[in-house]
Design a protein around this ligand. Sequence first.
Ligand SMILES: [Ca+2]
Ligand SMILES: [Ca+2]
Length: 248
Amino acid sequence: MLRKRSRLIAAPIAAVALTLTVAGYHASAAGSSPSGGAGQSGKVTKAAGPCLADATTLIGDLDGDGHPDKISNPGHTGTKMTIQWGTADGSFGAKKSVSALLGAKKGEVATAAVADFQNDGTLDMVVNIVEPADGDDPSTARVAEYRPGPLKRSNLGSAESRHSDIGDHGEVQQLRIANYGDDPYPDLAILNNSGDGQLDRDVRLSYAGSGLGDFDYALKQKYGEFGSTGEPPAMPSDGWKQFFESCS
Ligand SMILES: [Ca+2]
Ligand SMILES: [Ca+2]
């Protein structure tokens, strides 16, 4: 019921995104024409916004160098994300695992979510690194941050990184982009082990200017779901689709 409702509300947002993407598409089509020089191509590509190559592959500039990068998120879970940095000629470099870029240690699980949370034209990232617990009590995160873009190539650092409380209320198992409420700011669905077999869908909403917000029990009740390891909560898999159009 809730998911249906948020999809209906998303329709006007999708219409706006479509308009933007159409403009971006023309720009990138011009840049990829055989007659376009390298310099011209670079300039035009910079104007194009992020788009989806497929349901789990986002093409967009993550490090702010003007060249679109390829962000892959197999299974939508945020745990197997890879990045291929874009080059001046429009090709992509080798796959780098986000876990390695973030410096996750042996035994730790790194989870990430990418979207333009502040809707300011730059892609941002939410990261969580935790060593999973082997008992009933959940671990809390070693690193949990909201990182407004652009991000550094070497370690996905941000000049404006700040602590996020996503890793303070239990053990993050998945991070997924979601669309809660009627606004153009992407939200976060968190698959959270809160201990004693309880597995919840927790949420963080994002807002104009400030980006990702903090834990709010009322929002968790409204948009989240309480479940267990035996009966896990439903998790969204159409988050990127709600905020990005297809590249083709
Ligand atoms: Ca780039
Ligand atoms: Ca942004």
